[in-house]
Design a protein. Sequence first.
Length: 76
Amino acid sequence: MKDATDDGIGDVVTRTPAGDLSFHEGTGDPPEPFKAPFKIGYGYDTYNQLVGLDDVNGDGRGDLMGRKTTPASATS
């Protein structure tokens, strides 16, 4: 993830093994580079990989995409 808060400082999203997502806002201070994290989502344990991308959906903000290890089931 790049700069989600538009303050010019990089930010980070992390995931726990249980699938919880946390947001870590960058401070720009090397001894303490991030503010205290806060939970922004859950249920992401179904993905084996998450990646931050540029704006994919056209809202002007960076996006987070996930990949599952099993293919999606086909429906007709």
